[in-house]
Design a protein around this ligand. Structure first.
Ligand code: UDP
Ligand code: MG
Length: 316
């Protein structure tokens, strides 16, 4: 409690000219009366509307503002990663630049962190200004993802969250390219907690997440956390083989009871076709299992993460 702590607020942005000044103003107001030192780390993800230049200008005048400009647009998830890699605070808050995540929620996140939690999610109590379809697709995605990935990602948590230094260090060890940060901050473990907030509508500008980008993120999320779809192919292959075997038994029974119905030969043809289809699916599924293992190894995720080693000092 006593020692002054530093909070870094990582904000990835792409063309958010109208929003950045308001963001800076509101974050400054939030920290005005607080003991913590803070830094707003603005990560420019290839903006072309002058917002990056504005941010750089601010960083020259304001010691609380730091700007990291990526060389081009790398996408939201990698911009967050770049920010986390460079943030030096004792805790790091990740939030959007469009003020859908209200900066006024940050004190609640810090309080939970001070209570001893390492990951504090901001959970959306409500979502203003978002279409019914987007909410429905988001809810369906989280259901599917949690089942497949076996990672308990909280429903309705975006990227708005606070993570302790020990979690930032853990995340730095994860270097896979196709990444889903919400899943990874959950995957690393440590002590996790949640705080509720009302998600506002975007202050200005257009969403940078059209449906196809959201779909790509969902696909990245599922394929980077789960090889189940490959396993399903093998299961489907087995089922088809079983159907073929049943069919053969049926045809053999027919041959005994009503041999005249089998003269045209189609029954045996179908049996062979279905069986071969099943064998092919099964083979693809088996291949898939090896591919998925190459994939798992290729990600080179840390095998485990240590929270405490009593003889070597606290890992956190
Ligand atoms: N963003 C980014 N790079 C991108 C797309 C988006 O840094 O390629 C930023 C964007 O400026 C915003 C945040 O990611 O700060 C979330 O994007 P947005 O608000 O457009 O998504 P939505 O809230 O509509 O899902
Ligand atoms: Mg937004």
């Amino acid at each position: 409690m006593s020692s002054p702590k530093k909070i870094t607020i990582v904000v990835p942005f792409l063309n958010e000219k109208e929003n950045l000044p308001v963001l800076l103003e509101r974050v400054s107001a939030v920290f005005a009366g607080r003991a913590e030192d803070w830094e707003l780390l603005l990560v420019d993800d290839g903006s072309t509307d002058g917002s990056a230049e504005w941010a750089v200008e601010q960083s020259k005048q304001n010691r609380h503002v730091r700007v990291l400009r990526l060389s081009r647009n790398f996408g939201h998830q990698l911009a967050i990663t770049a920010g986390l890699d460079r943030a030096d605070g004792d805790a790091v808050v990740v939030m959007d630049a469009d003020l859908q995540d209200p900066p006024e929620t940050i004190p609640a996140l810090i309080d939970k962190w001070r209570e001893g939690h390492d990951v504090v999610y901001a959970i959306r109590r409500s979502r203003a200004g978002e279409t019914w379809t987007k909410k429905f697709l988001a809810a369906s995605f989280y259901r599917v993802f949690r089942r497949l990935a076996k990672v308990n990602v909280p429903m309705d948590a975006g990227d708005f969250r606070l993570v302790d230094r020990c979690v930032v260090d853990a995340l730095k060890e994860i270097r896979e390219l196709h990444r889903f940060m919400r899943g990874l901050t959950c995957w690393v473990g440590f002590r996790q907690a949640a705080v509720e907030y009302d998600r506002a509508a975007r202050l200005a500008g257009e969403t940078k997440y059209p449906v196809w980008k959201s779909a790509r993120l969902a696909f990245d999320a599922i394929t980077s956390f789960s090889a189940s779809p490959l396993r399903w192919i093998a299961v489907l292959g087995l089922l088809v083989c079983a159907v073929a075997v049943l069919w053969v038994l049926y045809v053999m029974a027919l041959a005994v009871v009503r041999p005249e119905s089998l003269e045209k030969g189609w029954a045996s043809l179908i049996a062979v076709m279905v069986f071969l289809g099943g064998v092919q699916l099964l083979s693809i599924g088996m291949l898939g299992q090896y591919v998925s293992r190459i994939f798992e190894e290729g990600k080179r995720r840390p095998l485990y993460l240590v929270r405490l080693d009593t003889k070597a000092g606290n890992a956190g």
